[in-house]
Design a binder for this molecule. Structure first.
Ligand SMILES: NC(=O)c1ccc[n+]([C@@H]2O[C@H](COP(=O)([O-])OP(=O)(O)OC[C@H]3O[C@@H](n4cnc5c(N)ncnc54)[C@H](O)[C@@H]3O)[C@@H](O)[C@H]2O)c1
Length: 317
């Protein structure tokens, strides 16, 4: 069996486990799925097929849904599910002690060259894998939900994770259509949930303080910030919002944002060095000479999305 034909094992057939099964099966990879709960195992094939049919209804599948679903095999036995796997993706509930127990089993039964990845949303790998003989092959591979619709994955190694494991996991996800983003230091919540958490913390404060209702906040994000973020990220947003780019933005708005942070007890000023580093990375991506053209591109991309929303209003497939 060549390396690219080796299966992926998925451990846990809940929301994320089923969604990862679609990611890999869609890419033509055999998937071996295990869950200790018999009901979840019984539900899995129909869940995979149902989601594959939904993708096909939106013209997002290059083959019959049944062909995709046929690549997913469900196993009662964990060790059997791990046979020949080159990557094991653990998708069990978010409890450190449970993940510790599962990883002992994975390290014992998975092929010695298999990468052991956890979908953990916030718990870093060193919390549950540091005692394992095979800890160098353990890391976090954290998706957005559901990963077959959000094509990004955070690869968060522990200090003890080997480079080969990071490389192998990144290549596997990349081949399955997920863009790997390396989390360069082990922090709780990685990048995705730190960013998400920053917004959610402020949203709770605004509701608590009577500044806005829950619906008001969802409206501001859905029809404002989020619509724009479906085209570009927060750094590019700031860069394109101010003539002169992100350095001009930081100069003009940095003090106001610092006051808002201080009001919440956060003292993390954007120092000159930090702004210079952000500016350097942005200018590498977009020279200021191309700024106007990029602003026009952003607006065209927004128009495409608005047109789609208009077209889709009331439609439900
Ligand atoms: N739901 C999300 O938005 C999201 C996003 C990214 C990452 N995650 C993470 O993915 C993981 C799974 O989350 P989920 O939302 O799919 O949870 P879920 O509750 O939908 O599914 C968990 C599954 O794990 C199974 N399970 C229980 N004990 C197990 C064991 N010992 N071995 C294997 N499987 C076991 C359960 O039977 C269940 O089917 C969590 O770590 C979660 O934090 C979730």
């Amino acid at each position: 069996m060549s390396e690219s034909e080796r299966p992926i094992a998925i451990v846990g057939a809940g929301s994320i486990g089923i969604a990862f099964s679609l990611v890999f099966a869609r890419a033509g990879v055999p998937v071996r799925l295990h869950d200790p709960d018999g009901d979840m195992r019984d539900l899995a094939p129909a869940s995979v097929l149902g989601r594959a049919r939904a993708l096909a209804a939106f013209d997002l599948l290059d083959e019959a849904p049944e062909r995709l679903a046929a690549r997913v095999t469900v196993f009662d036995d964990l060790a059997e599910a791990l046979t020949n796997a080159c990557l094991v993706q653990e998708c069990a509930p978010e409890r450190a002690e449970l993940k510790r127990e599962i990883f002992i089993e994975l390290d014992r039964f998975a092929p010695v060259d298999a990468v052991l990845a956890s979908a953990s949303s916030a718990i870093p790998a060193s919390v549950f894998a540091s005692e394992l003989p095979g800890r160098e092959r353990c890391l976090i591979a954290h998706p957005g939900n559901p990963p077959y619709l959000l094509p990004v994955i955070e690869i968060a190694p522990a200090p003890f994770t080997a480079d080969w494991a990071i490389q192998a996991a990144s290549e596997r996800f990349n081949a399955a259509g997920l863009k790997p983003v390396l989390v360069r230091k082990e922090v709780e919540g990685f990048v995705f949930n730190r960013l998400q958490g920053a917004m959610l913390r402020e949203a709770y404060c605004l509701v608590r303080d009577g500044v806005a209702t829950v619906e008001d906040i969802d409206t501001v994000v859905r029809d404002g910030l989020g619509l724009r973020w479906s085209v570009i990220g927060p750094f590019e947003t700031a860069d394109l919002n101010t003539r002169g780019g992100i350095a001009a933005h930081a100069e003009r708005l940095g003090p106001a944002y610092a006051r808002m942070g201080a009001e919440r007890g956060q003292q993390d000023p954007w120092t000159e060095e930090l702004v210079a580093e952000v500016e350097r990375q942005r200018r590498e991506k977009l020279p200021l000479a191309d700024w106007e053209a990029r602003v026009a591109w952003r607006d065209r991309e927004l128009m495409k999305r608005i047109a789609l929303r208009k077209f889709d209003k009331g439609a439900d497939r």
